[in-house]
Design a binder for this molecule. Structure first.
Ligand code: OOG
Ligand code: NI
Length: 461
């Protein structure tokens, strides 16, 4: 019998290989990684409590590693094949994000590990967008773009063959897994030669920068990677010292004692040299802006009720101040955000009591020596037999994602599209249903409650 490599192992190797490739391709990203590592080290040495907590729940050595990356695909076929490739690495589509409302002609999902064990082993996710040519007004351009996309092959033959092999055999042996990672990495590589000429590039670019980014190239280059930081405000404020230009504001909730959902920021995409065909078999030099670096800091996963409150407060705050891309009102934005979010409870007990967040329950020291038939988790908490810890949010936020997109598409005028979420269409293109993020967190919470109850009732009095 052949021993297969665990899908989480393949994902780990893949995320390490991607990181190494991206640091070489985008040196500023390496600089960001250095800054993140320094800030994380400082946070750990000045906050011993944080260190103890992380030692218990996380792998400290990997604290500054990548947590996610992002790509943009052009066709349904590319998306469907990408789904199969990610499945080999134990990554499944969770959550549907419609970005049309935010002026970006894509809809997206996140391929990520599902379940606490897989997330703990390696949480790497890929935010994956599919271009929506249907949102482009110019019918002729739409057709030409579709034609160009239909000619490209973003996966190598080996990547496809090994994906099929993994599907047929239920896994890959070590040697195949290594070849698989190397072959799949090719799809994410940067190509400095465009597959269109300058004139076409400009027509695509004028319709929307993102269309040019997807249609002009041989493959869906990874457009950013995102390590985890323990102090996002500090990294944001130090970026300039390190010679990298931060986006105007940190996306997501404001700075709080009890972190909720996800906060993220990035440095702005760099202008890179690209060769375009000149129509006569030669090349013409131009440039394209696509690739950047991001950081993230995650907090508790919110219930639908908590998420409703978050969305409402964010909207309320953005009515007061909308962040300008050039950063001119960043301070006013931060102040409005902080003031509005005072309405969101900022201690774990209240967040739990009001049913705003998901928690993982475990026995206290007292509980581990007790036995009871009580089946009500509230009673057990009040009797101090059971304790609770926040469950970390593993997904994304559409308003934040739009902010990350926008900051890297240039500071120019924003385009408007009619809101047109179409999850059904996305799922048809994907070839499977998308998992619901709330079900995932509710499941983890319930499993922890069941575990506490069974441990308590099994023990003789
Ligand atoms: C993806 C932007 C969204 C995030 O972290 O919210 C994203 C992109 O620019 O392709 O990665
Ligand atoms: Ni991102």
């Amino acid at each position: 019998m052949t021993a297969y490599v665990a899908s989480s192992e393949i994902r780990s190797s893949f995320s390490a290989a991607m990181s190494a490739m991206y640091c070489t391709e985008v040196p500023a990203y390496g600089t960001l990684m250095d800054l993140v590592a320094r800030v994380n080290d400082e946070a750990l040495s000045t906050e011993p409590e944080l260190r103890t907590r992380l030692e218990a729940t996380d792998n400290l050595e990997r604290i500054s590693e990548e947590r996610h990356g992002a790509i943009r695909l052009g066709t349904a076929e590319e998306l469907a094949m990408m789904r199969r490739v990610f499945a080999v690495m134990g990554m499944y589509p969770v959550g549907y994000y419609d970005l049309s409302t935010a002026g970006v002609p894509v809809h997206s999902t996140a391929f990520r590990p599902v379940g606490s064990a897989a997330l703990k082993r390696n949480p790497f996710r890929v935010f994956t967008s599919l271009l929506r040519l249907d949102l482009i007004a110019d019918a002729q351009l739409r057709e030409e773009a579709a034609k160009i996309l239909a000619t490209r092959r973003i996966f190598t033959d080996e990547a496809i063959a090994l994906t099929k092999k993994a599907e047929e055999h239920g896994g890959l042996a070590k040697e195949d897994a290594d070849r698989f990672v190397a072959a799949v990495l090719e799809t994410f590589r940067w190509h400095d030669k465009a597959i269109v000429d300058v004139a076409m590039y400009h027509r695509l670019h004028d319709a929307h920068r993102l269309i040019a980014d997807v249609v002009s190239f041989k493959g869906p280059h990874i457009n950013h990677l995102t390590p985890r930081t323990l102090d996002i405000d500090k990294v944001q404020s130090l970026m300039t010292d390190y010679g990298i230009a931060p986006k105007a504001v940190v996306e997501g909730p404001p700075t709080r004692r009890c972190a909720i959902l996800l906060r993220q920021t990035s440095f702005k995409a760099l202008e890179e040299a690209v060769a375009f065909s000149n129509g006569n078999g030669g090349w013409q030099t131009g440039s394209h802006t696509a690739r950047f670096g991001e950081i993230e800091q995650r907090g508790i996963a919110l219930t639908p009720k908590g998420r409703g409150l978050y969305d409402q407060l964010l909207e309320q705050s953005r009515k007061v101040v909308r962040p300008a891309a050039n950063g001119s009102n960043a301070e006013a934005y931060e102040a409005a955000l902080a003031a509005t979010f005072e309405a969101f409870p900022d201690d774990w007990a209240t967040i739990r009591a009001e049913g705003l967040g998901y928690f993982s329950y475990s026995l206290t020291e007292k509980g581990s020596k007790a036995s009871t038939d009580a089946a009500d988790i509230e009673t057990l908490v009040s009797e101090e037999l059971v304790q609770f810890d926040p469950i970390v949010y593993e997904d994304f936020l559409p308003v934040s994602a739009a902010g990350i997109f926008q900051s890297n598409l240039g500071d120019g005028a924003q385009q408007e599209f009619v809101a047109s979420p179409n999850q059904q269409r996305f799922e048809t293109d994907l070839g499977t249903k998308i998992l619901n993020e709330f079900d995932h967190y509710a499941g983890i919470e319930q499993a922890s409650i069941d575990d506490c109850l069974s441990r308590l009732s099994r023990r003789p009095a």
